[in-house]
Design a protein around this ligand. Sequence first.
Ligand code: 5RP
Length: 268
Amino acid sequence: MEWGMKNRIAQLIKPDGHCLFLPIDHGYFQGPTRKLEKPGETIKPLLPYCDAIFVTRGVLRASVDPENTKPIILRVSGGTSMVGKDLSDEGITTSMEEAIRLNVAAVGISIFVGSEHERESLLNLSKLVDEGEKYGIPVMAVTAVGKELEKRDARYLALSSRIAAELGARIVKTYWCEDFEKVVSGCPVPVVMAGGPKVDTELEVFEFVYDGMEKGAIGVNLGRNIWQNDYPVAMIKALRAVIHKKATPKDANEIFLEEKAKKKVRSD
Ligand code: 5RP
């Protein structure tokens, strides 16, 4: 592996082999998502606790301080919206030249396996990998399901993740699911887990992240279940303990409750 590629991957994946990526790219098709209306304010208290942020060039330029940030994974696919006809009809929105200008550590693109636009999204990934490899920039593939959240089972996610790796993605971002070991074992590159829509309790988040890590994921790219929580700093600190300190879900829940109590005392 070239020095540049190695160096960028080392910026993202910490020496313990694990990572906590904080995605704030949701606006690229969802508009001003709840609690991400002002991305700069949302991420300010969270930045010290994440290993990288996943973001579009627009929000990066407008909301992220270039002198005080973490490694950037640049979202470079898009062109569709929640209210449009088909979320799978994405193209590449940002050139590799722009990614280099923005000094990113990686680029990220969604693929839509099984959708009407499967072929285009997979060829877009391949083209992006060709460009990225030329300049030493790793590509993170996102196995997207659009609005069909029910697609997220081991058979489908293993298929999508493997295809992403076959086409050259250096990291695959997919969803956690039951039998997650089937997803990881069929994917020859590191796998990170997305969170999906906010779930009811913090413990549920710690449980699926812990389970996924036990089954071979290297970390998370987890957004709404952190920044839509009323105590986002407590949430990210607890997740960090699961990812980097092997905390159990019970330990993580205790960390969350302690941090939440501290925050409450400060604001009373
Ligand atoms: C949205 C994305 C997000 O980066 C991904 O879904 C992770 O965020 P969340 O944990 O909120 O699902 O690709 O376009």
